[in-house]
Write a protein that binds this ligand. Structure first.
Ligand code: ADP
Ligand code: ZN
Ligand code: ZN
Length: 810
């Protein structure tokens, strides 16, 4: 109970206990008033035991419906600034901008059970002098605690003390105020640091050894004089006793040592910085200068594949490390970019940590421990690594910044790592480098407006030119009677790979389950008369619909443009392409690479390694192949049907197509021999295709930007998607209507509600409402946001989510 006149204050916390969701309110006892701040780690009573909690916000008034008598006291502040203040601010931005409760943001960001696996302990700071324990200055509770603690050699678990002493919290506060005791969290349960036996060479002398012992000694020398016991034994096939005998003969020592569970990493050969080209040097200088002045400048490093961007990152990072700061490097997909990680490890050795969602709990735990240490580090990771707890951040790099995988689709917060990176850069006052050959239109627009500084690498290293691009008109092939998916030219080029030392990549663009209908005679896709995007084919009901405005039509028999009956549904998989190849070109050795064939951990790398080792002439896959694949013997890149990219029911289709095609083209001719790119399409005149042929980013992006302004799509405005789904169609629709009613007075354009592109997934009907915010009017944005935070919760059996700046409209 709060006495009259006493200053009352409450704190909202999230409790770190398995299975507990939501926020809880606690009273802040008077002695903690001054100190307690959001982001602190607290000890609070929960049920019958104290648990860890993170303070979210202080409240001046008790939330409605709570009675002060039911609210318990915070026991203690365990760690102040457990989450660095600038990082805490980043998380708050994420919560606000992406309309997601802070508690939920924290759940995504912190590794599971960070606090739950720790135990609160109390330690005596100062041994009391004789007789002091009973001094009248201490209350009975404090005295009991003191006695107990002494009996436990000055250190005991809080749980133990609470059981022995009634009102222990009061006693402890007293001891803490007098500086006699402190509390701390100790990690208790799994995962624990892992220790292993290590063998170290101390005397390299094989005289007087048995042949077996000598063999082990030589193997150890080969391993650099220091190796893990298991590694050494497996190398020579010896037993532990042999090594023990060597230890007895003073040749080696055996000791237990912590072995970090960094995901198993193959050996790399160290390398040295390369002499930079003029353009590279200018880029490194600009970035290093901003880093050393702690300026939160955003740079766009633009350069095609092979123009030396990675070398720029490496040398900029080297200068950051020299100033004893850390760097954070984000890449789209770790499994596909082992070469990139290897290059970082070759340059920076074990200062490199890899951080991504594929890590096991143990690996992640160890990585957190490494990051918490003060040594400057280079952290490489995927999207979620933007939340890695890197201290003393000196530089952030986002490689392939245009890549869609930087956007979290679900659950909320549906953040974009590029957006979060800008906040982190501002709040940690360090530069951010966005690297790409084909920057996203958003980034291009920011560079045009001067908010982002451009750094260009205009040429490929070694003056290697980009391979010529040949476009094959599939309509003409059809007119000549060729109904195969392979054109004459592509077939001939593939045949040329048989029994040669060159290799090829066949790329079959495909996205999700999206199916659209296109005419094989004139190449025109069936589009929405109002929105000018492709209509999506719905198998159930046999109709076509637009996912922006809800327009519907039945599947026509003839092309509306040219009357041809050859309408084709796009969206076939790699499996069928492989079958066609095997039937048409039986001598060609084919390897398949896509989501289905690479589901297992490490499978990516295995397939790529097999391809690199020459086990196949051609590698067939989806857009996953566009990333990071650097094989010098690849001379041919074929795109089987670019239409799969061009006609997506999405206003970003053209941009994505251009980016992907530019990237695949860059895969050919990385070695000594010239490359060749063949793009098959029914729409050879599409602007994205024409621009790829000329490698013309500027031309493409200028036209695209113009078009977005005219049609009113991002980045000329801002989109917010409200996603509703339910197993009962009418429930989803009813909730949509409720949302619409709530948003009626909001000053944004509202589109929908309409069914999602894939209307039904796993029995769930999916609907969405789109809000369009004209850019640059802050007060209107603010208004929209307050409306969004006040939206009603969905009824049972309905799911609801908000996606700010959606990349995919479901
Ligand atoms: P990107 O990241 O733009 O694809 P990279 O940094 O990987 O380009 O460079 C492409 C190739 O050129 C790599 O093999 C790299 O080692 C080499 N390279 C980069 N910079 C230089 C340089 N200044 N001098 C010589 N070779 C370089
Ligand atoms: Zn037609
Ligand atoms: Zn439409």
């Amino acid at each position: 109970m709060t006495a009259a006149g006493e200053l009352a204050a409450w704190v909202e916390v999230i409790v770190d206990s398995p299975g507990v969701r939501g926020c809880y309110t606690y009273r802040i006892p008077p002695e903690l008033h001054e100190r307690l701040a959001p982001g602190d780690v607290l000890a609070v009573p929960f049920g019958s035991r104290p648990v860890g909690a993170i303070a979210l916000s202080r409240l001046d008034a008790l939330p409605l419906g709570l009675d002060a008598a039911d609210v318990r006291d915070v026991e203690d502040i365990v760690t102040t600034n457990a989450i660095a203040p600038e990082f805490w601010q980043v998380l708050q931005h994420v919560a606000e901008y992406y309309v997601t409760p802070l508690a939920q943001v924290l759940r995504i960001v912190l590794p599971p059970g960070m606090l739950g696996r720790s135990q609160r302990r109390i330690q005596l700071v100062q041994e009391p002098t004789a007789g002091e324990a009973t001094a009248a200055t201490l209350s009975a509770e404090a005295t009991s605690l003191l006695v107990l603690l002494q009996a436990q050699r000055g250190d005991a678990s809080w749980l133990f003390l609470r059981r022995q002493v009634t009102n222990a919290a009061k006693g402890l506060r007293e001891l803490q105020q007098q500086g006699r005791a402190r509390s701390y969290w100790q990690e208790t349960t799994t995962p624990k640091p892992q220790t292993r036996q290590a063998v170290t060479l101390i005397q390299d002398d094989i005289d007087g050894l048995t042949s077996r012992q000598a063999e082990v000694l030589v193997a150890l020398r080969r391993l650099g004089g220091d190796a893990w016991m298991t590694e050494l034994l497996s190398q020579v096939g010896a037993t532990r006793q042999v090594v023990q005998a060597l230890a007895q003969k003073q040749r080696v020592t055996i000791a237990s040592r912590e072995k970090l569970r960094a995901a198993s990493q193959p050996q790399v050969i160290p390398d040295r910085p390369l002499g930079l080209t003029k353009a590279q040097q200018a880029a490194v200088d600009a970035i290093a200068a901003a880093a050393s002045q702690a300026k939160p400048q955003v740079f766009l490093l633009r350069g095609v594949t092979g123009s030396g961007k990675t070398e720029v990152y490496l040398q900029a990072i080297a200068s950051v490390l020299q100033e004893r700061k850390s760097a954070l490097v984000l890449v789209p997909e770790i499994g596909l970019t082992p070469q990139l990680t290897d290059r970082f490890r070759a340059r920076f050795g074990n200062r490199v940590s890899v951080y991504h969602s594929g890590l096991s709990d143990g690996e992640r735990y160890d990585t957190w421990r490494q990051l918490a240490a003060a040594e400057p580090r280079v952290v490489i990771g995927t999207r979620s690594a933007i939340f890695a707890p890197v201290q003393q951040l000196g530089l952030i790099v986002l490689d392939e910044e245009h890549d869609d995988s930087y956007k979290q689709d679900r659950p909320q917060p549906c953040y974009h790592a590029r957006t979060v990176a800008q906040w982190r850069s501002r709040l940690s006052t360090c530069p951010l480098v966005l690297g790409s050959a084909t920057p996203a239109l958003e980034t291009h627009a920011a560079a045009e407006s001067g908010r982002v500084q451009r750094l260009d690498l205009p040429e490929r290293i070694g003056a290697k030119s980009m391979p010529p691009v040949q476009v094959v008109d599939l309509r003409a092939e059809l007119a000549q009677g060729n109904r195969s998916v392979l054109s004459q030219s592509l077939r001939a080029a593939l045949e040329g790979l048989v029994d040669s030392d060159r290799q090829g990549i066949l790329f079959l663009p495909r996205r999700g389950h999206s199916t659209f209908v296109s005419c094989r005679s004139c190449g025109e896709p069936l589009t929405c008369p109002q929105c000018d995007v492709s209509l999506t084919f719905h198998q159930v009901g046999n109709y076509l619909s637009c996912h922006y405005c809800g327009f519907r039509r039945s599947h026509p028999r003839h092309c509306p443009a040219c009357e041809s009956p050859y309408l084709k549904k796009f969206g076939t998989g790699t499996q069928r392409l492989v079958e066609t190849l095997q039937a048409d070109l039986p001598q060609l050795r084919v390897l398949r690479f896509d989501r289905d064939s690479t589901r297992n951990k490490g499978a990516h790398r295995q397939i790529l390694d097999r391809f690199r080792a020459g086990e196949a002439d051609v590698l067939v896959g989806t857009q996953m192949l566009t990333k990071g694949l650097d094989v010098p013997t690849v001379t041919l890149v074929g795109v089987v049907a670019a239409d799969g990219l061009l006609n997506m029911a999405d206003f970003r289709a053209g941009e994505r197509a251009f980016q992907l095609l530019m990237q695949v083209a860059g895969r050919a001719g990385r070695g000594e021999r010239a490359g060749q790119v063949i793009i098959q399409t029914y729409m050879p005149n599409h602007p994205a295709i024409a621009s790829v042929c000329a490698y013309d980013y500027d031309g493409f992006v200028a036209r695209e930007w113009q078009q977005r302004r005219e049609t009113g799509f991002p980045p000329s405005c801002r989109l917010i998607s409200l996603r509703v789904s339910s197993q009962q169609q009418d429930k989803a629709i009813a909730f949509c209507e409720k949302l619409v009613a709530h948003l009626e007075n909001v000053n944004a354009d509202m589109l929908g509600p309409c069914p999602a592109q894939v209307e039904r997934v796993g029995g769930w009907f999916r609907w969405h409402i789109l809000l369009k915010e004209p850019d640059g009017r802050r007060w209107r944005v603010k208004e929209t946001y307050s409306a969004l935070t006040a939206l009603p919760s969905p009824p049972s059996q309905v799911r609801f989510g908000i996606d700010v700046d959606p990349l995919r409209l479901l």
